[in-house]
Design a protein around this ligand. Structure first.
Ligand SMILES: C[S@@+](CC[C@H](N)C(=O)[O-])C[C@H]1O[C@@H](n2cnc3c(N)ncnc32)[C@H](O)[C@@H]1O
Length: 275
């Protein structure tokens, strides 16, 4: 499954507005005494995580980021983007093309002071999340994982078919996304939090909801298209009634964009050696 760079660019501003600043502040306190830091960003896309987080980690901190991504189109777009992005100025950037489903994370995490990801673990299955928690524990490295969808998606005003459509979208999220079997989707953040706690991590979860007002028509359209696209797959597989897609689109068009809240969770995990 590929992600469209235009979609990643569209969502980036909503991600930044939504992210749990309390967790970032806590992380910044952890790194406050350091002169340099090595960050590994998993599923980096076009580098939005670096653009968001690097300035927040501290302007005087020497930063080196390893951006792990499997999609060469996104890597090429990311390289071009970061070469002119002011937030990346002075940051040493290394792109690593790798499939996280099969990559050995141990050498990637060696020497890392922070692992970061955005909008990744809802694509992952149980075994992969257990493996990631184990690898982080062995490396003794803190993790900041932002914007994992938590199953909430609600429009105001609502349309009659919204609930069925969102339930269908959540079912689709649980399909295998190529990251360790059927994805946990909305259950991923609490599952991963528990996996880390079993390794002694101190874990905090905090809400990071998108709030999309009527003045953002492109984002509203992208959300309706995203849900509808998932429903088309379900209908094609005989898992949803044929009329659901058209009914959902018609219901949303009649209700108007209004205000859409999409629920996410951010997670900060501090290993026992640093807690
Ligand atoms: C929702 S996008 C988020 C991208 C980026 N973190 C951002 O916030 O813009 C999920 C990213 O994870 C990457 N990804 C998904 N499965 C992967 C895998 N098995 N190996 C490496 N990257 C993967 C996708 O290519 C995509 O870039």
């Amino acid at each position: 499954m590929g992600f469209d760079p235009d979609w990643l660019a569209l969502r980036a501003g909503f991600d930044t507005a939504a992210r749990a600043t309390a967790l970032e502040a806590r992380l910044a306190r952890h790194v406050a005494g350091r002169h340099d830091i090595r960050v590994v960003d998993l599923g980096a896309g076009t580098g939005a995580g670096l653009v968001h987080l690097a300035p927040r980690l501290g302007a005087r901190l020497r930063q080196s980021w390893c951006l792990v991504e499997r999609d060469p189109v996104l890597i090429a777009a990311g390289r071009a983007r970061l070469s002119v992005q002011p937030e990346a100025a002075g940051v040493a950037v290394n792109w690593l093309k790798a499939d996280l489903a099969t990559a050995d994370l141990a050498p990637v995490l060696e020497g890392a002071n922070l692992v970061h990801f955005t909008a990744l673990i809802d694509l992952a299955g149980r075994a992969w999340l257990e493996d990631l928690a184990g690898a982080l524990a062995r490396a003794g490295v803190p993790v900041l994982g932002a914007l994992t969808w938590d199953g909430r998606m609600g429009w105001d005003p609502a349309a009659a078919t919204d609930a069925d459509a969102v339930a269908g979208f959540a079912r689709h999220q649980r399909r295998d996304k190529g990251l360790g079997g059927p994805a946990l989707g909305p259950d991923a953040a609490p599952y991963f939090a528990e996996a880390l706690r079993r390794h002694g991590f101190e874990v905090t979860l905090a809400r990071s909801d998108w709030v999309i007002g009527p003045d953002h028509p492109a984002m509203h359209q992208a959300m309706v298209d995203g849900v509808a696209g998932a429903l088309v797959d379900l209908v094609d597989g005989g898992e949803a009634p044929a009329g659901l897609v058209a009914d959902f689109r018609a219901g949303r068009a009649a209700a108007g964009p209004g205000r859409l809240v999409v629920g996410h969770l951010d997670l900060l995990g501090i290993p026992p050696s640093l807690a």
